[in-house]
Design a protein around this ligand. Structure first.
Ligand SMILES: C[S@@+](CC[C@H](N)C(=O)[O-])C[C@H]1O[C@@H](n2cnc3c(N)ncnc32)[C@H](O)[C@@H]1O
Length: 270
């Protein structure tokens, strides 16, 4: 018997999660947390009750359990060419700006398992086949080590590629006949650096970004935290650079210096 997740315990787990990740689980339902944490708690599991698991988290000296806890509670759903209007926009941007700029930097902030960053790289190669000759790089960051591991491997099932034409898939992936998986080719991989980064922490960047994809990530934060993150991102963008949110997201109601364009695209003024 795993014990029950009381409201009080739910609050304590939420607070603990917040202290580890900076993410508030305010829209999270208790049953969802209970379901996700049931991986750790119950008969034949490492902990008999939720309380016992909570105590173990508090006293986790190696940080291993904390890491697993953060990972099961974050949502990492994503796929290639998700909300494709943003990649059309990126293609236009690159066509115009790559040839005339010293350097171009793109950032997939909250990249999950890497599909967004790889799509950015594929778009860059399709738009400017000689992109490797330019000072062009994509940074892809996330708070979850587990998803970053998947991203680094770059091996996906077809379900993640459904938005892509067959010709494009053949061009940029190697198909494994036995495992039925698709591996991103080296020419795409080498345009991207995958790194751990908690958006609530200080940013360690030395260069400014041209385009930042921050899609389907702000949902995790309350308004004050959103404003804090957006301010920091703003400071690390080139004047005239673009910020892209998920299509269902906007900055309405937030105090930010960004100028709103269409399709959840924002701009840092020149
Ligand atoms: C739903 S995925 C979005 C993936 C991709 N951007 C897309 O739109 O398809 C949200 C990602 O944000 C990450 N995330 C949540 N809070 C974060 C934080 N504080 N710092 C960095 N990444 C965070 C999660 O781990 C998750 O992988």
């Amino acid at each position: 018997m795993a014990g029950i997740m009381t409201d009080e315990l739910f609050t304590r787990f939420s607070e603990l999660f917040y202290s580890f990740s900076g993410i508030k689980l305010k829209e999270y339902k208790k049953y969802l947390m209970e379901y996700r944490l049931s991986k750790f708690v119950g008969e034949y599991r490492p902990y008999q009750t939720y309380e016992e698991f909570y105590q173990a988290l508090l006293h986790d000296r190696t940080g291993k359990l904390k890491k697993q806890f953060v990972e099961v509670l974050t949502t990492n759903y994503t796929y290639f060419f998700r909300e494709s209007v943003h990649f059309d926009f990126l293609a236009h941007y690159l066509k115009e700006y790559v040839p005339s700029n010293d350097y171009i930097r793109l950032w997939s902030a909250g990249c999950a398992s890497g599909e967004e960053a790889y799509t950015m790289a594929i778009v860059a190669l399709e738009t400017i086949p000689s992109i490797h000759q330019y000072d062009f790089k994509i940074l892809a960051t996330d708070i979850s080590h587990a998803v970053l591991q998947v991203a680094l491997q770059g091996v996906y099932h077809y379900s993640k590629l459904k938005n892509m034409d067959d010709a494009l898939i053949r061009k940029y992936f190697d198909f494994d006949e036995v495992k039925k998986t698709f591996t991103v080719k080296e020419s795409v991989k080498k345009l991207i650096a995958f790194r751990y980064l908690n958006l609530m922490d200080n940013f360690p960047f030395s260069k400014q970004f041209d385009v930042v994809f921050l899609r389907n990530v702000l949902i995790y934060f309350d308004n004050r935290e959103k404003e804090y993150i957006l301010r920091k991102i703003y400071d690390y963008m080139k004047p005239g650079g673009y910020l892209i949110l998920g299509l269902s997201e906007s900055l309405v109601g937030l105090q930010t210096p960004f100028v709103s364009l269409k399709n959840s695209i924002y701009r840092r003024e020149e």
